[in-house]
Design a protein around this ligand. Structure first.
Ligand code: NAD
Length: 477
């Protein structure tokens, strides 16, 4: 639409936010059809620029082109389609019934835009984790400044170009840059901050937001447990876990982080898992650099970090089942399954975020719940079991942002499910209607229509007659 003038200095950033605030005051009076129009334009751009998106993400960390389609473009298009279908209804005032005490009043909940928002995104799904929240933000009628990740510069640049080609800079502005840009933005009084990233940076975001009492959505990470009991269909579990763990080279916030498998089926599961990983991501025998289905670690820092996690586990006595080689030059590490990992190893503490899967055996469901509850609440929890009682015991005795039973990852793209973490893995929900709510203020409006609403009877003077009315009120209503 126009070439954006990108603010860089603190004063320019503050000035830019002022323009967004002015514009957001206009947006709140606009008809919903204008929001629909913006979403349609975004949808058309994505559909018309699939190849550009695929090339950019692939260039950043060799993400397979088809995987860009399925895990970056598809989730955003689904989000867009869902919002376009339901936005009119989501944005309409919702009438609420009056209770007896409120007879004579009419009430509704209005969804007003929060105003000027900030989206800070991570690198691991660099397109969908920027543009997905953008859909919810625009659907709710806000303006937004987006700060994509500096670690995937090609995709970040493309997202800036997208904004320039589709939106007015006073409605959507993309600022490339690293931590310092993020920090400058966090100093400003936005109306809402939507942050996706690590729990450590999430804490800094929350602290910064507290200075202006800005509301926040924090989409964070953590260690997502995967439990397999002896009733599970092991073949199915192996296939789904292989996919959920090693897609995007294990750099997925909801990837199974570790597996707790019943001791009686460990060997069988391990055998099937190795076979499935080699079939899905390799040539059936192992996974090598020729694979067209296996992404890379995002950079050398993460290559070294993952390598150190493997070395640390092995130095503590773990066995590393390596399904191929590694290559420092290309940030390539073939999938590694770790068995017999002692509790002191770092893989039991840190979010792995790479192609390593540690396995641990259990004998009782209590051991499973104790292990899960011994760590911060995870973003996702996966249970593979055909026993309802086993599933229920885990569901009732643990907390997690989301749960999948006999499945992996699919909860993320279900348009009618809220997505988010709990405490250390996140605050607030996103996706679909829940994303729309995250960027909206639910404003109750009560209208007195001349009835004798009970609160009216509570006004002073406090007479004996009134005491009787209050006695009845407290007892019956
Ligand atoms: P990160 O927290 O390092 O960075 C995220 C964003 O914050 C980037 O844009 C970065 O520039 C910015 N940032 C980094 N340090 C900052 C600081 N000190 N002050 C202000 N801003 C700062 O996360 P990452 O490495 O990009 O992503 C990986 C993490 O994100 C993992 O923990 C993963 O689980 C989590 N994640 C969560 C979700 C989810 O939906 N819950 C999705 C993807 C990733």
């Amino acid at each position: 639409m126009e070439t954006q003038v990108i603010p860089t200095t603190e004063t320019e950033l503050a000035g830019h936010l002022q323009r967004h605030k002015k514009r957001s005051a206009e947006l709140r009076r606009e008809p919903v059809s204008n929001r629909v129009q913006r979403l349609r334009e975004l949808q058309a751009w994505i559909q018309g620029n699939r190849d550009r998106i695929k090339k950019a993400v692939h260039a950043d960390f060799k993400k397979p082109l088809l995987e860009v389609d399925t895990s970056e473009i598809y989730p955003v298009l689904t989000e867009l389609k869902h919002a376009l279908k339901h936005l009119q209804q989501w944005a309409s005032p919702r009438k609420v019934d009056a209770t007896i005490a409120y007879l004579g009043t009419r009430s509704e909940i209005r969804h007003e835009p929060k105003g000027s928002c900030l989206i800070i995104a991570p690198w691991n799904y660099p397109f969908s984790l920027c543009v997905g929240p953008l859909v919810s933000c625009l659907a709710a009628g806000n303006t937004v400044i987006i700060k994509p990740s500096e670690m995937t510069p090609g995709t970040s640049r493309l997202i800036r170009e997208m904004a320039e080609e589709v939106f007015d800079t006073d409605v959507v502005c993309v600022l490339e840059g690293g931590v310092e840009v993020s920090q400058q933005l966090l100093d400003l009084p936005f109306d809402h901050i939507f942050f996706t990233g690590s729990p450590a940076v999430g804490k800094l975001v929350m602290k910064a937001a507290a200075r202006n009492l800005t509301s926040i959505t924090l989409e964070l990470g953590g260690k997502s447990p995967t439990v397999i009991d002896d009733s599970a269909n092991l073949q199915d579990a192996a296939k789904r876990i292989a996919f959920g763990k090693f897609i995007n080279n294990g750099q997925t916030c909801i990837a199974p982080d570790y597996v707790l498998v019943h001791h009686s089926v460990r060997d069988e599961f391990l055998k099937r898992l190795v076979k499935e990983v080699n079939t899905l991501f390799g040539n059936g025998e192992h996974v090598d650099e020729k694979s067209a289905s296996y992404a890379r670690l995002v950079n050398e820092r993460h290559f070294n970090r993952v390598n150190e996690l493997i070395a640390d586990a092995v130095s503590h006595g773990a066995t590393a089942v390596k399904l191929g080689e590694m290559n420092k030059e290309t940030n390539f590490i073939a999938p590694v399954i770790l068995t017999d990992v002692p509790p002191e190893a770092r893989v039991w503490e840190e979010e792995i975020f790479g192609p390593i899967l540690p396995l641990r055996t259990f004998r009782s469901v209590e051991e499973v719940t104790a292990m899960i509850n011994g760590l911060p609440k995870p973003l996702a929890l996966y249970i593979f079991s055909d026993r309802k009682a086993f599933q229920e015991t885990i569901l009732q005795n643990t907390s997690a942002g989301s749960v999948c039973i006999n499945e992996c990852i699919l909860q993320f793209t279900h348009p009618n499910l809220p997505f988010g973490g709990v405490n250390n893995s996140g605050i607030g929900k996103s996706h679909g209607y829940y994303g729309f709510l995250a960027f909206s203020n639910e404003k109750p409006v009560l209208r007195q229509k001349g009835g004798w609403a009970a609160p009216y009877l509570m006004h002073p003077p406090y007479t004996t007659a009134m005491k009787k009315v209050v006695d009845v009120l407290l007892r019956w209503f």
